[in-house]
Design a protein around this ligand. Structure first.
Ligand code: HAM
Length: 419
């Protein structure tokens, strides 16, 4: 037997109503905030991700699904959606469009991580990207959208953690200070952090290993070394969040695992998620469009991990299951023939209907009808066929009525309560 790949999950029919509920909410909130859907490819040239996410990040160093295409070019399954969205923004010259360019996407992403609860190799993100303004109100807007969505879904114990990563100039001035602090603490750091000290020292602050956290407790803080402009931007974002009623917790250790960020960076965490506690994350990336060959266009966005949302979603909110209205129980020689046509007529009218073709007797049909999630059964045997009628049976109350077969779907259409 051929099994699925580790960390790559099937989403079975029992779970899809839950997923639809989450995705529908995400779409609704995105549209409400003026974001339009974009669909970007699942795979892109490897260089796009290496250059944007950063060659010294965990994602690029060890988590990408990269392979040679038939023409020898190196391509990669997208580990996230920002890089592809920026590429599309540049390639289609969206900067020339005078309207605000605000996009959202929903789809699978791929990272070769060690699978565990809430961490998969194929997972799904809902993300938004807002291009074209450095105004702090855009930061507030994306965070508010994210907060409204997650609150609307009823996710428990959410915390918005926020930090400023300053401008690239701020980081260039701060990094030597941090590196010199870290080199004094080197013996207390884990192997990974010792390596990162050289390649990506800011990430050391984000390490979850308790000894590393203790060793960096008194590390110089980037927020104490922000330029006046970066500080003013951060203050405006925080004031905006207060104004729209989104509370936050300052986290000076918050350093994202992707290199393109500057200024505002944030995560939404929940104690409910255990080790993989970030349900969503994002920030500003004002230099990325230019770095990928486009004009200088500031941008800000976030992505939510939908598996993590699904893990946290209260049971009751996703109870709506797949529902059909009619089960057509057609049996007997003539009944079966007429049933085939009736089933199709109902569906053509837009009335959701189903039938189990394996059932050939009234008894087996009724058993399947009860299992089917349908509200009514339409009984059509040879006797009914001869009388030119059917029996409509309410599967809950068991009340039955006889109705004419001719024009039945039209009659039922007028009776169906609008859904
Ligand atoms: P990220 O922090 O790498 O950011 O991922 C965002 C979210 O995706 C995480 O908070 C988590 O919920 C989910 N996620 C990440 N990896 C996995 C995994 N292996 N299994 C399950 N869920 C996962 C980004 O991807 C940025 N592109 C966000 C962004 C958009 N920044 C600006 N715009």
């Amino acid at each position: 037997m051929i099994k699925g790949i580790k960390g790559v999950k099937d989403i079975l029919p029992e779970e899809t109503p839950r997923w639809r509920f989450i995705e529908d909410s995400a779409r609704r909130w995105a549209l409400c905030y003026g974001y339009q859907e974009i669909r970007i490819p699942i795979f892109e040239l490897t260089v796009l991700f290496a250059r944007s996410i950063g060659s010294a990040t965990d994602i690029v160093e060890k988590e990408m699904y990269t392979f040679s295409d038939r023409d020898g070019s190196s391509v990669t399954l997208r580990p996230e959606g920002t890089a592809g969205t920026v590429r599309a923004f540049i390639e289609h010259n969206r900067v020339a469009d005078p309207r605000p360019q605000k996009y959202f996407y929903i789809g699978p992403m791929f990272r070769h991580e060690r699978p565990q609860a809430g961490r998969l190799r194929q997972f799904h993100q809902f993300g938004v990207e807002s291009f074209g303004t450095a105004d702090s109100r855009a930061d507030v807007e994306v965070i508010a959208l994210l907060w409204r969505l997650l609150s609307d879904l009823g996710l428990p114990n959410l915390t918005l953690e926020i930090n400023s990563l300053g401008s690239s100039g701020d980081r260039a001035a701060y990094t030597p200070l941090l590196r010199s602090f870290l080199s004094q603490q080197e013996s207390r750091l884990c192997g990974n952090c010792r390596r990162r000290m050289e390649t990506n020292p800011l990430r050391v602050l984000d390490c979850k290993v308790p000894d590393c956290r203790a060793a960096t407790e008194s590390a110089p803080r980037l927020t104490d070394h922000l330029s006046p402009e970066a500080l003013a931007h951060f203050d405006q974002v925080l004031a905006g969040l207060v104004a729209v009623g989104v509370s936050y917790r300052l986290n000076p250790r918050l350093v994202r695992g992707l290199d393109y960020y500057c200024l505002t960076s944030f995560e939404i965490t929940s104690a409910h998620l255990g080790a993989q506690n970030a349900v969503a994350a994002g920030g500003r990336y004002d230099g990325l469009v230019e770095m990928l060959g486009g004009p200088s266009v500031p941008a800000v966005g976030f992505a939510v991990g939908l598996e993590r949302v699904s893990l946290m979603l209260p049971r009751a909110s996703s109870s709506s299951s797949n529902e059909w209205l009619y089960y057509v129980a057609a049996f007997g020689k003539i009944g079966t023939k007429l049933g085939l046509v009736l089933l199709d007529e109902l569906r053509r009218m837009g009335l959701a209907a189903q039938c189990d073709y394996r059932a050939t007797t009234l008894k087996t049909h009724l058993r399947q009808a009860d299992r089917s999630n349908c509200r009514y059964a339409i009984l059509l045997g040879d006797d009914e066929a001869r009388r030119g009628s059917i029996i409509l049976r309410n599967l809950e109350s068991k009340v039955q009525e006889e109705l004419p077969l001719a024009g039945l779907s039209t009659l039922l259409k007028t009776r169906t309560p609008p859904s």
